[in-house]
Ligand binder design. Structure first.
Ligand code: DOR
Ligand code: ZN
Length: 344
């Protein structure tokens, strides 16, 4: 197969930051994706509907005039968020709330310290049909960093699902066989997003020929058995698994640093990467479900009408982009990719 046309995809998990940075990163997503779920973990997190609507306007101002793009806005859960905010959020088109266990990842210090603190909020979310998006890692320092996702399932996710059976939950950027199996064991109300980097790479990438900070993200890359389990889920056509890049831009100077920030910047190359991952196992015919159909079905949104063409033609990934006063390096910078993507 040398080309494939699919319904235009959406990115169900994306970081775009704020201010001048938007001008660099928003066009990279909008050139391929119709919509994206915007993560609320700014330095000052997006905790109210009013903040989310103002942020949405700033994102829309960064969309070049020849592109169309719809940011799907989310709020950041804190211990103090008000249950009454949920009705306001729903009425203003907010699609979901994001649960960051406090301290789990970038800008999560104001996240939730104990799930019981947000039970009244979860009650309201369930009532109004707002989705819960979870960063599924425990923060207990006694738990090995490679085990934090699997432990999260037993300690947090299973009790949460038991107590809120009507709440729709997305287990974000899953990285383990345990998470895949757990999602498969649940018939309705639970789905998972998968990044391109977790489908293509295992943890060896972080250490190949030296410490490589551009491959460092959270949850961290896992061993090969997990990558294969994730790839099986993504390419199986199972409606519970869909695309979420977790593209997370950081200044190159902060990635190439003694304490490197977590996050892989994949927005400009994401569709090429997913196509390569599916092609490698002979499952390109399942890419449309994963990238374009399963996500809208879970979120209760219509499919997009435009088409994206993926062509098997090599291209070189740009080495870096100007980013604020510094630069931004995409994953696989300078390397050659096998697939190219273009809206038709
Ligand atoms: O690697 C990551 N980067 N994981 C996250 O959960 C957050 C993200 C970011 O915001 O940079
Ligand atoms: Zn993320």
């Amino acid at each position: 197969m040398d080309h494939l046309d699919i319904t235009q995809p959406d990115d169900w998990h994306l970081h775009v930051r704020d201010g001048d940075f938007l001008k660099t990163v928003v066009p990279h997503t909008a050139q391929h994706f119709a919509r994206a779920v915007i993560m609320p973990n700014l330095k000052e997190p997006i905790t109210t509907t009013q903040m989310a609507l103002a942020y949405k306007e700033r994102i829309l101002k960064s969309v070049p005039s020849h592109m169309t793009f719809e940011p799907l806005m989310t709020l950041y859960l804190t211990d103090h968020i008000k249950p009454s905010e949920m009705a306001v959020a729903k009425a203003n088109g907010i699609v979901a709330l994001k649960l960051y266990p406090a301290g789990a990842t970038t800008n999560s210090d104001l996240g939730v310290t104990k799930l019981s603190h947000i039970y009244p909020v979860l009650e309201e979310m369930q009532k109004h049909g707002l989705l819960l998006l979870v960063h599924g890692e425990v923060t207990d320092p006694a738990i090995d960093v490679f085990d934090r996702e699997a432990v999260f399932i037993d300690r947090q996710l299973a009790p949460l699902r038991r107590d809120f059976p009507g709440l729709k939950i997305v287990f974000e950027h899953i990285t383990t066989q345990e998470a895949r199996d757990y999602v498969k064991s649940v018939d309705s109300g639970l789905a998972a997003t998968l990044t391109a980097h977790h489908l293509l790479l295992n943890r060896n990438a972080i250490f190949k020929g030296g410490l490589r900070p551009h491959y460092y993200c959270l949850p961290v890359l896992k061993r090969e058995t997990h990558r294969l389990a994730l790839l099986e889920a993504a390419t199986s056509g199972d409606a519970r698994f869909f695309l979420g890049t977790d593209s997370a831009p950081h200044l190159a100077s902060l990635k190439e640093h003694a304490s490197a920030c977590a996050g892989c910047y994949t927005a400009p190359v994401a569709m090429s990467l997913y196509a390569s991952a599916f092609d490698a196992v002979g499952q390109l015919d399942q890419l449309e479900r994963f990238a374009s159909l399963n996500g809208p079905a879970f979120y209760g949104l219509p499919n997009n009408s435009a088409q994206l063409r993926l062509t098997k033609s090599t291209h070189q990934v740009q080495a870096a982009y100007p980013y604020g006063l510094g630069e931004l390096k995409p994953l696989f910078a300078g390397e050659t990719l096998e697939w190219s993507a273009q809206l038709i």
